[in-house]
Design a protein. Structure first.
Ligand SMILES: Cc1ncc(COP(=O)(O)O)c(C=O)c1O
Length: 385
């Protein structure tokens, strides 16, 4: 009698437990975690971005390679953090106030402009974006869709007064000085603005540290303004000085030589060899030939640099899309090539975190046009060739 009762008891309890689990899964089949709390403004969605393992690269190298998905910010890149920090700082200093016609000016070839366009709309300002006239169409269309004021200028060196950063600085001053309006202009100045690296020190770095359970060996990022690499590496190395920070640099940029040999020089600097005025590459957002305030704040924490060609980045983008469903932009792809090289010469199990700056959707007309020509079955050896 007892064993029969026990049998029924186990069957009933077992069935109930299975049904409960199935119901839970049906309610939310994708996650066992609680959804994020509801927010009051788009600005509140910024940060706390996910971290995901890149399975293909990890499996093939025997290391653990993770991507910090900054592309999951509401404006699609890490620049949301910077734009919010800059606007909040202007407000704190009384330089702008919401819904009073004040305008935030920025000189940017893309991501930062989109972040300002989004946040200005959300917080009661106008964004005025100066950019080179060869900026990709999808970025221009996004800015237009947000209704930002757009000023296109010819690509030029930073010493040229018509360069887009200088145009933005001038525009902000002209609006503030204009006696016919009370509206004020502020120049965001992402390259030199101290809030840039600090927001990564305050938020991105600590998030990575927590998400990796205080255990990582390498941090890999590119440098545009230098804000991300400076803020994150300073935070991470203050918590564990053995973490190595590697700057991934595109062709045509002087950062690689700066880190390796202390000299900012690239061979395309030779008279007559430069095709484009800033950095000679298809890669957008990273690479520079001058030391910015934001880069200088973290330079001492950078331990090494990897130079990556446009072709390697293009092939890696295709590889990640085909093998991992990760559809990334050009600077992320550069970071992935650098991370893979590091993994190949490291001990098994080495933990590497790279920044996934933005999505491939921002790069469809230029970078991804080339990536689409790559065979989707490309091997990792062929990618790194
Ligand atoms: C797509 C993309 N990746 C990377 C970066 C580099 O980030 P940082 O300016 O913090 O060095 C930028 C900067 O604009 C970017 O637009």
């Amino acid at each position: 009698m007892a064993p029969k009762f026990l049998y029924y008891f186990i069957t009933v309890v077992g069935t109930a437990a299975t049904t409960y689990t199935l119901l839970q899964l049906l309610r939310n089949p994708q996650t066992k975690e609680k959804p994020p709390k509801r927010k009051q403004n788009v600005a509140d969605l910024i940060g706390n971005t996910p971290m995901v393992k890149i399975s293909s690269l990890s499996k093939l190298t025997g290391c653990e390679i993770y991507a910090k998905l900054e592309l999951a910010n509401p404006g699609g890149s890490a620049k949301d953090r910077v734009a919010l920090a800059v606007i909040q700082d202007f407000e704190k200093k009384g330089l702008i106030s919401p819904n009073s016609g004040d305008v935030v000016f920025e000189g940017t070839s893309g991501s930062t402009g989109i972040s300002f366009a989004m946040l200005c709309n959300a917080l009661g300002y106008t964004a005025h974006i100066c950019l080179p006239d060869d900026t990709s169409n999808e970025k221009l269309q996004l800015l237009e869709s947000y209704g930002a004021e757009i000023e296109k200028v010819k690509p030029a060196s930073i010493v040229d007064p018509s360069q887009y950063v200088n145009a933005a600085r001038r525009g902000a001053q002209a609006l503030t000085d204009d006696p016919t309006t009370d509206a004020r202009g502020v120049f965001a100045d992402q390259f030199e603005n101290d809030n840039n690296w600090r927001v990564h020190y305050r938020t991105t770095g600590p998030e990575i540290w927590e998400q990796m359970d205080h255990d990582l060996d390498y941090f890999v990022a590119g440098s545009g303004t230098g804000g991300t690499i400076s803020g994150c590496s300073k935070f991470l190395r203050e918590h564990d000085d053995s973490i190595k920070v590697v700057l991934a640099d595109p062709q045509g940029s002087g950062m690689y030589n700066r880190i390796k040999y202390g000299v900012m020089y690239d061979s395309v600097e030779k008279e007559g060899t430069r095709r484009r005025h800033q950095v000679d590459t298809l890669i957008e957002g990273i690479g520079l030939n001058r030391v910015t305030h934001n880069f200088s704040q973290g330079e001492a924490y950078i331990t090494d640099s990897e130079r990556v060609t446009d072709e390697q980045a293009i092939r890696m983008a295709r590889f990640l899309s085909s093998n991992d469903g990760l559809f990334v932009g050009s600077s992320t792809s550069i970071n992935a090539v650098a991370a893979t090289r590091i993994a190949q010469r490291s001990e098994k199990g080495t933990k590497i975190v790279l920044i996934a700056c933005d999505s491939g959707t921002r790069h469809l007309s230029k970078f991804w046009k080339e990536a689409l020509k790559v065979d989707s079955k490309i091997t990792l050896e062929q990618v790194l060739h």
